[in-house]
Design a protein around this ligand. Sequence first.
Ligand SMILES: [Zn+2]
Length: 168
Amino acid sequence: MPKGEITSSSRRIQERLLRLELVAAALILRDDRILLVWHKKLQEWLPPGGHIEQNETPDDAAKREALEETGLEVEISDSHTQQIEGVTRNLPVPFVVDVHNVGDHDHCCFYYLAEPKNRAQVVILKKDEVENHRWFTEHELNGSEVPIDVQQISRLALKQYVQARVSG
Ligand SMILES: [Zn+2]
């Protein structure tokens, strides 16, 4: 095979390999609704979230980002966490994990189910990153400007939230 061909084909593969960053998001549920925020830079409705920092676990990142972006102190739902002995910390199991594209790079995202610690808390947006918020019902997600993956994850989260309440 001519040398040039190898070079060009390996360059094509390289172009498809985008930078992968670890992020975490909070699927915040209350009264059969899910909280999404209008992300200024991406111009999309998304759950509160952001990059996982050094020395930070994904669940802590989700809680921190929720607090920073919305002012809400949230608790992660961790009904599937295994209690393993002899470890430093048992961490909640994410509800969904995926890789999605955000333009010039990809995000490996850990999504956690969460609820406000105190139901009386009000949303106070961090205006430089997000400029609007809305508590969506399942019905309101249909045909909305919410990206298709966020719609599907939100529906699954709402379903899980209702089921958990019914089963006590
Ligand atoms: Zn990123």
